[in-house]
Write a protein that binds this ligand. Structure first.
Ligand code: C5P
Length: 234
């Protein structure tokens, strides 16, 4: 069953911890991204761990191999469970990260094509024509898998083909989750929680739909009811 991760995209650790308290047992897994980590750093991660919460450190590393290897080793010391690095950083960079933490540390996820990107954005950045975003995601995923990463971040629209090609053991984390009628914000490749779960996503990252709700727990109830596996008889 797909698990929901709430993105702590709030401006301060006080607000982050207040949200964690408010959601209480409804959420056990939180994503800390670069804005909050830059502000509140390892002490916020420590506070989350002290509250028994699991942490996805989404800093999307992309640098020379030795720098990323050191960054990933520092992330492992924070006792986080998932860490991201850009697959476009290349095989040597991803392999260095893998070797830095061995197989027992956090699981490493390659960011493929950001869910805010369309085909036009990809073509502009890489100065080449592409057949589809899905093919670019598949190409980057293959490099990430060869480098020994545990999974990738991709849009809900690409999950099914990735699982088909690389098997169920490839972890797929999908942001860009929106209920019907939600604003996409800056996300270009979105899907509902039910569709992402049916496609085989392991983790659904939900940010603004929860953070902007008057009752932040309400969208989670709806999402969770849609990611449950179908009963045997159905
Ligand atoms: O608010 P929303 O639900 O769009 O939040 C999505 C979260 O997932 C944000 O924190 C964003 O940084 C993150 N993310 C993403 N696309 C990726 C990787 C992470 O949107 N490829």
């Amino acid at each position: 069953m797909a698990e929901i991760i709430v993105a702590l995209d709030v401006p301060s650790s006080q607000e982050a911890l207040a949200l964690v308290e408010r959601l209480d047992d409804a959420v056990s897994f939180y994503k800390v991204g670069s804005p909050l980590f830059t502000r509140s750093g390892p002490s916020l991660v420590k506070s989350l761990r002290e509250r028994g919460k699991r942490v996805f450190l989404d800093l999307k590393y992309h640098d020379i191999p030795s720098t990323v290897a050191n960054a990933v080793a520092s992330a492992a010391a924070l006792d986080v469970e998932l860490v991201t690095l850009h697959a476009s950083g290349g095989e040597a960079m991803m392999r260095a990260a893998r070797e830095a933490i061995g197989d027992d540390g956090p699981r490493l996820l390659g960011v493929t094509i950001l869910t805010s990107f369309t085909a036009v954005d990809v073509e502009q950045v890489w100065a080449k024509e592409i057949r589809s975003v899905r093919e670019e995601v598949a190409r980057l995923t293959a490099i990430a898998v060869d480098a020994g990463l545990n999974g990738v971040v991709a849009s809900p629209l690409e999950v099914e083909s990735l699982k088909r090609r690389h098997g169920v053991d490839l972890l797929v984390v999908t942001p860009g989750i929106r209920a019907v009628g939600d604003s996409p914000g800056d996300q270009a490749r979105t899907s509902t929680p039910g569709a992402a779960a049916r496609a085989g996503a392991d983790y659904l990252v939900v940010g603004r739909p929860v953070l902007e709700a008057a009752d932040p727990g309400a969208p989670l109830v709806g999402a969770r009811s849609r990611v449950k596996p179908l009963p045997e008889s159905e």
